[in-house]
Ligand binder design. Structure first.
Ligand code: AHM
Ligand code: MG
Length: 319
């Protein structure tokens, strides 16, 4: 047996993405470089987050946009949860991609050391000669790639470029993400539901009925367990690996839920579908939504195929 420390056959994320892209002869390498720069941004945030307790994240907010800086020459429009307007890259530096991202999601969890993460999605500009805000408002089904990086007990990056989902773990001694979770498939049905139950009083009927079924199943199946971290990346990561359902439904106070379509709902929905699960808004397939505004919100139910089927049925019968 080769000792773990001596392994030289590691699949780094760069090697993996290069392999993937070599399947497309027309690919000129820009996409690979763009992804590489996002990866560098994630490593930077990972390092800053791990020092957060010491440094209280000094610098991270001020110097920001690591990702913006890194990607200058490749992308064209950047949409960040942290910036009100879309960022148009100067024409001389423009490439053909659009990156939507939430640089640090779940930030209310930083100070107590609970996992947080970065979420991103990549689109292609429709017409390079005429770039406009419209390019950033494409439906999720037009995404070319999506992923997240979770800053937890280890730093994990989960990525799909439209050909399944793969997970990489940062080896701090190498500074490289190594393929540790090849071809992730979400279990067809799960034993866990994940939702902020503090909002139960304001839920709509299908959500209320669904959660009731999770706790008191009438069909002889065992009750589901509740897990809710309150960090979307961590809750979705667990859902992807163990199966089950994650939801941020509509409620009376927030009829569109809380999560943002472009850089929270779409990338996670894309990953779920790529892993064999489903993502539903309460009305339609999440990826078919056409956003009208950059920071628009939508209710979201995502997870195991069969679990999402159940919530779809409840919405269909409540019409
Ligand atoms: P944020 O973008 O302000 O960090 O909010 C998003 C987070 C998600 O990570 C998480 O799923 C959700 O908010 C939790 O919300 P709540 O505290 O209402 O349950
Ligand atoms: Mg967020």
């Amino acid at each position: 047996h080769q000792a773990e420390t001596n392994r030289t056959d590691l699949m780094t994320i760069t090697r993996f993405v290069l392999n993937e892209q070599s399947k497309y002869p027309e690919s000129r390498g820009d996409f690979t470089i763009l992804l590489n720069n996002i990866v560098v941004g994630c490593k930077f945030i990972c390092s800053a987050v791990s020092k957060a307790g010491l440094a209280k994240l000094i610098g991270l907010a001020g110097e920001t946009n690591v990702q913006g800086e890194e990607q200058k020459k490749l992308d064209c429009i950047l949409v960040s949860e942290e910036v009100e307007e879309a960022i148009f890259v100067p024409p001389s530096n423009r490439g053909k991609y659009i990156v939507v991202f939430d640089p640090l999601d779940g930030s209310s969890n930083i100070d107590c050391g609970v996992s947080i993460g970065t979420i991103f999605g990549i689109y292609m500009v429709k017409n390079e000669a005429k770039v406009s805000l419209e390019d950033a408002l494409q439906p999720g089904n037009q995404m070319l790639a999506a992923g997240y990086c979770m800053y937890g007990s280890s730093c994990t990056l989960v990525l799909s470029t439209g050909n399944g989902v793969n997970g990489f773990t940062l080896d701090p001694s190498l500074g490289e993400f190594i393929l540790t979770h090849p071809n992730i498939k979400i279990p067809r049905k799960g034993k866990i539901y994940s939702v902020n139950e503090g909002n139960a009083n304001n839920w709509d009927e299908p959500t209320t009925k669904y959660v009731q079924k999770c706790k008191f199943p009438q069909d002889g199946s065992p009750a589901k367990s509740l897990r809710y971290i309150g960090s979307m990346v961590a809750d979705v990561h667990r859902t992807l690996l163990y199966g089950g359902i994650f939801m941020y439904p509509a409620d009376v106070k927030s009829p569109n839920g809380k999560l943002r379509i472009l850089y929270e709902v779409f990338p996670m929905s894309y990953l779920m579908e790529q892993a064999g699960g489903q993502a539903f808004t309460g009305k339609q397939r999440a990826l078919d939504l056409v956003p009208r505004k950059l920071h628009e919100r939508s209710p979201i139910f995502l997870g195991s195929y069969d679990d999402i089927e159940q919530i779809k049925e409840l919405y269909a019968s409540s019409k």
